[in-house]
Design a protein around this ligand. Structure first.
Ligand code: UDX
Length: 457
């Protein structure tokens, strides 16, 4: 084991929060660290570790700790508060035990890189005299909003009609994350998010899954308060800079993708002609909204690929799948990266989750935003007005994007004048995203500097 320690430049333990949209960015970051000669041990909860697939070839190790719910995870807890309390208590203890185990086996840890949702991991790191780095997996603009809530500068419920924060354009209340705008809707989640900042002043690094060129102003501002560094987009290297060889050997799938059927559909379609629709891994879409999207797709008369999770299938209009089978395909899950990378895809109707947004930006696929909750409204605002990479579909007074609007937005992107400008911008962001992670790019340099500091310490 001593030999192994000598071979690596340092040893990082990467602690994940058990949700697909949060584990994947940390896994991708781990691969980048490993590529730079760092030994990485990824840590998940016992329950979630069963859904991670790891090929023999990778040298990234996988260890588990307990959240107190080994037989079912979060779903088994009475409430979010109960889950988080348990995770903090049992997680801190089992994380400490894991650190002891690794140390006793001759492979001590130098730094804990933790999902910012788990701030107690930083306390454990400091107790053991280790370095600690938080990773924020949403945009810097969104983190900035939550930070101002944490500081009490932005008071919820919101009272102002225009919100002015350093590094951000003027935002309306409806551009705020839902937990801030619709205060009281999910108080436990807002607590969890705001708690990310509770001990952040003690962190040795604060990483954000974004890239400098995308959020320059807000990154510059936040980097004055903390040792903040951009490390994204955390998308598998094989889709971007192609520098990491064993990229395919480690992944996380809650759902099984229907890759063959999707590729068969896309391979037969002309360049930029297909509408891809997905609302991510969590959000439940209202029945009425599903119906309007279904009609909007039909009316656009475009070939489409729509991901409808199994739990959402009952909400599809009756006979929709059969009646549209010549024009489109509905699948329960796909390999979204392969789909977005396919040249047949011309438009992405998305809930604007941060991973999906970054992926669309990185592949240069214009978006129609149909945000649902959380950070998605803010992301949609930036997609339309700041990055000019798509449209945010307007809703009616009931908060529904109607079929005519959905159809209009798809047509505008695919055929309209706005679409032409958006496509030009899409090309620009695609190039900048790739450059950021490629050798010597802004994110690559930040990761390299992190590793160099680890080696020195
Ligand atoms: C949640 C929140 O909804 C979002 O607002 C927040 O920014 C992150 O956490 P989620 O619903 O998981 O996000 O959406 P998103 O962040 O977009 O992540 C979805 C991930 O699943 C993406 O990486 C996407 O590539 C992947 N995906 C989605 C698939 O691989 N296949 C699919 O069929 C659909």
């Amino acid at each position: 084991m001593e030999l192994e320690k000598n071979v690596y430049r340092a040893h990082c333990l990467v602690l994940t929060y058990p949700a697909q949209g949060r584990i994947n960015p940390l896994l991708e970051f781990s691969k980048r660290l490993e590529h730079k000669g760092v030994k990485v041990t990824v840590v998940t909860t016992h329950f979630i570790s069963k859904t991670i697939h790891k090929a023999e070839a990778t040298s990234i190790a996988l260890e588990t700790i307990s959240d107190g719910y080994n037989d079912g995870g979060r779903a088994k807890a009475e409430s979010i508060h109960a889950y988080l309390d348990s995770f903090r208590r049992v997680g801190s203890q089992t994380l400490a035990e894991l650190l002891e185990k690794l140390s006793n086996s001759g492979c001590p840890v130098d730094c804990i890189v933790y999902d910012a949702f788990l701030p107690w991991a930083l306390d454990v790191a400091k107790k053991f005299g280790l370095l600690g780095a938080a990773i924020f997996t949403q945009s810097c603009a969104v983190d900035n909003i939550y930070y101002h809530v944490h500081k009490g500068v932005l008071k919820v419920p919101l009272s102002e009609a225009e919100i002015l924060l350093p590094g951000s354009p003027a935002l309306g209340p409806q551009d705020m994350p839902s937990f801030v705008y619709d205060f009281g809707s999910y108080p436990a989640v807002l607590d969890l998010i705001v708690d990310q900042f509770s001990n952040i002043d003690k962190a040795d690094w604060v990483f954000v899954n974004t890239f400098y060129e995308l959020e320059q102003k807000v990154v510059d501002w936040m980097a004055k308060i903390w040792p903040l560094r951009t490390i994204g987009p955390t998308i598998p290297s094989m889709f971007l800079d192609k520098r990491l060889e064993d990229d395919k050997n480690y992944g996380f799938d809650i759902f099984k993708p229907n890759t063959d059927a999707c590729m068969k559909l896309l391979n037969g379609q002309p360049k930029g002609s297909v509408v891809y629709v997905s609302f991510g891994s969590v959000a439940p879409i209202e029945v009425e909204q599903m119906e309007e999207i279904a009609w909007g797709l039909r009316m656009s008369n475009r070939c489409f690929l729509w991901v409808v999770r199994e739990s959402e299938e009952v909400k599809l209009p009756k006979n929709f799948v059969e009646e549209t089978s010549k024009k489109g395909l509905v699948v329960r899950w796909c390999s979204q990266l392969e789909v977005l990378a396919h040249e047949a895809v011309g438009c992405f109707v998305t809930h604007c989750g941060w991973n999906s947004t970054l992926e669309a930006l990185s592949f240069g696929v214009p978006m129609v935003g149909v945000p649902y909750w959380s950070d998605q409204n803010t992301n949609a605002k930036y997609i339309m007005d700041v990055w000019k990479m798509g449209l945010k579909a307007p809703t009616d007074e009931e908060g529904i994007v109607r079929r005519e609007i959905a159809e209009h937005c798809i047509r505008e992107i695919m055929e309209g004048d706005k679409g032409k400008e958006i496509k030009k911008n899409a090309f620009k962001w695609r190039k900048l995203a790739r450059e950021a992670v490629d050798e010597g790019g802004t994110s690559d340099k930040n990761i390299e500097e992190f590793v160099a500091k680890l080696v020195q310490s």
